[in-house]
Design a protein around this ligand. Structure first.
Ligand code: FAD
Ligand code: DLZ
Ligand code: SF4
Length: 509
C-alpha cells in the first residue's frame, strides 16, 4: 500500500492529534519541518522560535520511539525546502506518497497554502478544543451580539466544570468582581517553573542565535518546558504555588514582577503540550480539595473554556479578511518604543522590557498598557497585530488576532468588544506601581508633565465622538468630558496634538 504523508506542525505537538489518529503507523510517514517561511513571516521573538523548534525535535523523537517513521527537516538541512508545502513535496518525491493528511492549521494563511498544494489533501478538524467550529457557529447564529459570557456558560454546561447539577458552583457564573485587587506590596512564591536546558535545547539555541539573533527579544536565559512531561510539571507548580492568588491579583501590574500569579501556560497550551480540559480539571480539583478559592478557580477556568475558545470561534467565524479590519481608520506608524527604543512612559518601558526579556506580558499589560496606548494614539491595527503576533511566545493567529484587533483595537467594529478598551492613566495607576517611577505625572491632565494616557484618552473620545457618543456604556465618559469648561478641553486637545507631533517627529516621549 502506498504511504501517505502525515503533517505535524510546530503548534500541533499532541499525541492525540487528529491527523495522527487517522494515520496508520505501519504504512504512513510523519512529516515535520523547521522552515524559514514560518520562522520569518513575522519577526518572531527568538524564545518563541527556540521553544517551537526544541519542542518539535523532542516530539518527533517521541513519535519515533512510538514506532512512527518520521521525516524531520531541520532548518539547517541543506535540502530544506524552506516552506511547509515545499517540505511536503520533498518528502512526497522521496517516498512516492501522493496524499497528505493534516490537522487544520490555526491560521488561514497556512490553510490556504495547504489547500492549494499540488497533492491530495485530507484536512481534519482540530479537536484539541472544547468547541468545534460547527458548535460555535450554531451558538452564534441569529445572535445580535456575540458576548463571551453566554458562550462561556454553555461551555461550563458542556464540560461540567464547576457545575452542581445544572447550577454553577457557588450559585454564581462569574466572580470577576472579586478579581480586581490592585497590586500587592510584595509577591510571594517562586513564579513559574523554569527548566535547565539540555544538549538538545542548547543545539536549538545556537541555531536560533545564528539565524534569528537580530529579531527583537532575548534568547537567553531560556527556561521553557519543551516536553509534555515538563509542561505537566509546570501546570502542577502553578496550581500549587500561584493559583490560590491568581484571581485576586489577575489584573494587577508590578514593576519587576513580570509574572505575578499568572500561569504562563499559554505557550504550552497553544503548541499542544497541554490540553485545555486537563488544565481546567487540575484547577477544579484544587478547588474541590479546598486548596484554592472559587474566585481563583472560576476566573482561571473562564479564561480557558470561555475566552480562549470564544476567540478561536470568532477567528474562524469571521474568515481570512478579519486581520485586515480597521474600523476606526487608524494610520499612525507603530512607535519605535514598541521595539525597545527609549520612552519616558514607565508603564510602556516595563511592559515592552519584559516582553523583550521573556516573550511574555500578562493580559492586562497587553490590553491596558501597550494595547491601550496604540488605540489611544491611533496606530494602524495591522502593525499592532504584527507586533503582538511576533513578540509573544504564545502568539498564534487564531488566538492573537481576535484579542488584538477585536478586543484591544476595536478594529473589528465591535464583534468582540461592546466598547473600546480605553483608559486614562488613572486605571494604570490604580492597578500598578508604574506611575511612581515615571517622569510623567499621572495626576497632571495638561502641560509638559501630563501623563500621555490622560491627554490621548480625551483626544480619542473627541475624535471618535460621532461613533461612540451614543454607545450606552460610554455615555458617562462623554458627560464628564462635556462638563469640563471649554477652555480646558481646548488645552487638553492642543497638548495631545503637540505630544503626538513630538512622537511622530521621533522625539523621546
Ligand atoms: P493567565 O492569565 O494565567 O490565564 C490562563 C490561561 O487563560 C492562559 O494561559 C490562556 O490560555 C487563557 N487566556 C486568558 N486570557 C485569554 C484570552 N483573552 N484569549 C485567549 N486565551 C486566554 N493569548 C494567547 O494565548 N496568545 C496570544 O497571542 C495572545 N495575544 C493577546 C493579545 C492581546 C492584545 C491581548 C489583550 C491578549 C492576548 N492574549 C493572547 C490573551 C492573554 O493575554 C494571554 O493568554 C495570557 O496573558 C497568557 O499568559 P498566562 O498563561 O500567564 O495567562
Ligand atoms: C510559529 C512557527 C514557527 C516559528 N516555526 C515553525 C516551523 O518551522 N515549522 C512548523 O511546522 N511550524 C512553525 N510554527 C508554527 C506555525 O507557524 C503554525 O502552525 C501556524 O502559524 C498555524 O498556527
Ligand atoms: Fe504610564 Fe502615565 Fe503612569 Fe507614566 S504616569 S506610568 S505614562 S500611566
Amino acid at each position: 500500500m502506498v504511504s501517505r504523508l502525515v503533517l505535524v506542525l510546530g503548534d500541533q505537538l499532541s499525541e492525540g492529534l487528529s491527523a495522527l489518529r487517522e494515520a496508520d503507523k505501519t504504512r504512513d510517514i510523519v512529516v515535520m519541518a523547521e522552515v524559514a517561511d514560518e520562522a520569518e513571516y513575522v519577526r518572531h521573538h527568538p524564545k518563541k522560535i527556540a521553544l517551537i523548534f526544541a519542542a518539535m525535535r523532542k516530539f518527533s523523537k517521541a513519535l519515533q520511539a512510538d514506532g512512527w517513521d518520521v521525516r524531520y527537516g531541520q532548518l539547517d538541512d541543506s535540502a530544506n525546502a524552506g516552506s511547509i508545502v515545499g517540505e511536503l513535496l520533498r518528502r512526497a518525491e522521496e517516498t512516492g506518497a501522493t496524499e497528505v493528511i493534516c490537522t487544520e492549521p490555526g491560521e488561514w494563511r497556512l490553510i490556504g497554502e495547504l489547500t492549494d498544494g499540488p497533492f491530495e489533501l485530507r484536512m481534519l478538524s482540530d479537536d484539541r478544543f472544547i468547541a468545534s467550529h460547527a458548535e460555535f457557529e450554531g451558538w452564534a447564529e441569529g445572535r445580535k451580539a456575540l458576548r463571551m459570557e453566554y458562550f462561556y456558560r454553555d461551555m461550563r454546561r458542556k464540560t461540567g466544570l464547576l457545575m452542581e447539577g445544572d447550577k454553577p458552583a457557588g450559585d454564581k457564573w462569574n466572580y470577576d468582581h472579586d478579581n480586581r485587587k490592585p497590586a500587592p506590596d510584595e509577591v510571594t512564591g517562586e513564579g513559574p517553573l523554569w527548566f535547565e536546558t539540555d544538549a538538545e535545547v542548547e543545539e536549538v539555541l545556537a541555531l536560533v542565535e545564528a539565524r534569528f539573533g537580530k529579531h527583537f527579544g532575548e534568547l537567553r536565559p531560556f527556561g521553557f518546558a519543551t516536553t509534555r512531561a515538563q509542561a505537566l510539571q509546570a501546570l502542577a507548580h502553578f496550581v500549587k504555588e500561584a493559583l490560590p492568588k491568581f484571581g485576586d491579583y489577575q489584573d494587577a501590574m508590578l514593576a519587576g514582577q513580570p509574572f505575578l500569579y499568572h500561569a504562563v501556560l499559554s505557550p504550552y497550551l497553544n503548541i499542544g503540550l497541554l490540553n485545555p480540559l486537563e488544565v481546567c480539571q487540575a484547577v477544579e480539583k484544587a478547588w474541590k480539595n479546598g486548596d484554592v478559592p472559587i474566585n481563583a478557580a472560576e476566573g482561571f477556568i473562564r479564561q480557558i473554556i470561555g475566552w480562549r475558545e470564544y476567540v478561536r470561534g470568532i477567528y474562524f467565524l469571521e474568515g481570512p479578511s478579519y486581520t485586515e479590519r480597521n474600523l476606526l481608520k487608524h494610520k499612525r506608524e507603530l512607535p519605535a518604543f514598541y521595539w525597545g527604543s527609549e520612552t519616558r512612559m514607565n508603564c510602556i518601558r516595563h511592559a515592552v522590557g519584559q516582553t523583550r526579556e521573556h516573550g511574555y506580558a500578562h493580559h492586562i499589560q497587553r490590553l491596558m498598557v501597550t494595547g491601550n496606548f496604540a488605540l489611544l494614539a491611533g496606530v494602524d491595527p495591522a502593525q499592532v497585530h504584527e507586533w503582538y503576533l511576533g513578540v509573544y511566545v504564545d502568539a498564534f493567529e487564531w488566538v492573537e488576532s481576535p484579542n488584538t484587533l477585536g478586543m484591544s483595537q476595536f478594529a473589528d467594529g465591535g464583534v468582540i468588544a461592546s466598547k473600546p478598551y480605553v483608559s486614562s492613566g488613572a486605571y494604570i495607576n490604580r492597578m500598578s506601581d508604574y506611575c511612581k517611577g515615571c517622569s510623567y505625572k499621572v495626576s497632571a491632565k495638561t502641560g509638559e508633565k501630563a501623563c500621555p494616557f490622560n491627554l490621548l484618552y480625551w483626544h480619542f473620545l473627541d475624535r471618535h465622538r460621532d461613533r461612540f457618543s451614543n454607545n450606552a456604556r460610554m455615555g458617562n465618559m462623554y458627560r464628564t468630558w462635556d462638563r469640563m469648561d471649554a477652555e480646558r478641553r481646548e488645552t487638553v486637545l492642543e497638548d495631545a496634538e503637540k505630544w503626538l507631533a513630538r512622537l511622530d517627529a521621533g522625539e523621546v516621549v
